[in-house]
Ligand binder design. Structure first.
Ligand code: HAM
Length: 429
């Protein structure tokens, strides 16, 4: 027998029992973003490889080892997007929608692809909701992004389980001066650095700060600090952000080692982290990238954004048992009909009810079946009520209305009165 086909490792099906939580999460976030005035943009999943190399940075883990890159039939090198910022910048430039200083507040949702080692909370196909703001350079918009996520954690009931880490990487000039000082210090301790950090010291020295190696971490204790190299502009920007977070009452921790794994950041960087998910604790991350648009061929255009991992946040909701109870029930009413004539009448009746109650979740039995089997299906559907159409009901032009969850006796309702009756007993989402 041939081997049965399987999904690719690290790329998951999201099964019907899981999708209600996904839709709840996505619905909550998209409503919030609408309310703050953000507009959705949809970019392709595949882009020219060059786009990611130029934006994320040649010497990052993502570009060096994690991209799904292939030649298409024309011989062009294409890559499944590992993140959304690069494509979003490409799209706004291509369509000229940030020209002349036009402010754009955009968000996107969709799958991203990274060839990482799969484990809980880390997958090869994962999903992000991200947003990007162009042409606003003040700390007020950085603050708005963080305030919005703070509100989201509150709405989702997970605020107590996440912590905000903040840092400023400064302008490219101040970062350049810091990089020099760091390289000088680390070079003096070259022998004590782990191999990976020795390599990074040459290619991308700031990433050494991110090391997990204990010996290198010990060397870093006395290393120069980014905060001491911030120029006046970056310092004022960072202070402006912190004072706004203080004003709203959002707690944060300053983490001078927070450098992020993508090269395009300047000034603000932040991560929302949790200790509820094991090793993969960052649920949302981002920052400012004032040089990126220019670097990709556009006019100087400030930008700031973040992305959150949907799998990780869904896991959080499950772990913290913050899934609203009403998600468990997906059917309000289940209609059972016995015999051909009743089936036809049932179909027409169901459509009339749907006309009047468009939000009612009404399921009509399909596949006929005995009394017993249809009731079993009605019960299993989770519906609150069964509607019954048999010979007696047909003769009297009524429908049997039977509570399935112990709320009273069965009654007969006239067809014409059914929608009004249902409206009084089912709370519609
Ligand atoms: P990132 O930190 O690479 O940033 O990813 C953002 C979030 O996506 C992470 O915090 C995590 O929740 C989720 N994530 C990343 N990799 C995986 C994975 N392998 N499996 C599951 N979840 C994952 C970016 O992608 C930037 N584009 C964010 C940004 C937007 N910065 C400015 N604008």
């Amino acid at each position: 027998m041939s081997k049965s086909l399987q999904a690719i490792r690290g790329m998951n099906d999201i099964l019907p029992e899981q999708t209600p939580v996904w839709r709840y999460f996505e619905g909550t976030v998209s409503r919030l973003l609408d309310n703050y005035g953000y507009k959705q943009i949809r970019m392709p999943i595949v882009e020219f490889t060059e786009l990611f190399k130029r934006s994320i940075g040649e010497v990052t883990d993502i570009v060096e080892k994690e991209m799904y890159t292939f030649d298409d039939r024309n011989g062009d090198s294409l890559t499944l997007r590992p993140e959304g910022t690069a494509a979003c910048v490409r799209a706004v430039l291509e369509h000229g929608i940030t020209g002349g200083g036009q402010v754009q507040k955009l968000w996107y949702i969709g799958p991203m692809f990274r060839h990482e080692r799969p484990q809980k909370g880390r997958y090869r196909q994962f999903h992000q909701i991200g947003l990007e703001v162009f042409n606003l350079d003040g700390p007020d918009i950085d603050a708005e992004l963080i305030i919005m996520t703070w509100r989201l954690w509150g709405e989702l009931g997970i605020r107590d389980a996440v912590k905000l880490e903040l840092n400023s990487l400064g302008t490219s000039e101040s970062r350049g001066r810091y990089r020099e000082a760091l390289v000088e210090y680390l070079s003096a301790h070259h022998d004590k650095l782990d191999e990976d950090s020795q390599r990074r010291l040459k290619s991308n020295p700031l990433r050494v700060l991110d090391t997990k190696n204990a010996d290198t971490q010990a060397v870093l204790v006395d290393a120069p600090k980014m905060a001491d190299y911030l120029d006046e502009e970056s310092r004022a920007h960072f202070e402006g952000l912190k004072s706004r977070l203080d004003a709203v009452g959002i707690p944060y921790v300053l983490n001078p080692k927070l450098v992020r794994g993508l090269d395009y950041y300047s000034k603000t960087v932040f991560e929302w982290v949790t200790d509820k998910l094991g090793a993969q604790g960052t649920v949302c991350a981002g920052g400012r990238y004032d040089g990126l648009v220019e670097q990709m061929g556009g006019k100087p255009t400030p930008g700031v954004g973040f992305a959150m991992g949907i799998e990780r946040l869904v896991l959080m909701l499950e772990t913290l048992e913050q899934i609203p109870q009403e998600l468990a029930r997906q059917v309000d009413v289940y209609l059972c009909a016995f015999g051909e004539e009743a089936e036809l009448a049932g179909l027409a009746l169901a459509e009339r009810v749907r006309d009047q109650l468009p939000n009612l979740r009404l399921q009509v039995n399909a596949g006929a079946g005995s009394f017993k089997s249809q009731f079993k299906k009605a019960d299993k559907s989770g519906a609150l009520y069964a509607l019954i159409l048999g010979d007696d009901e047909m003769a009297q032009q009524v429908v049997g209305f039977k509570p399935l969850r112990g709320q009273g006796e069965q009654q007969s309702i006239a067809w014409d009165a059914l929608a009004a009756h249902l409206a009084t007993c089912v709370v519609q989402g």
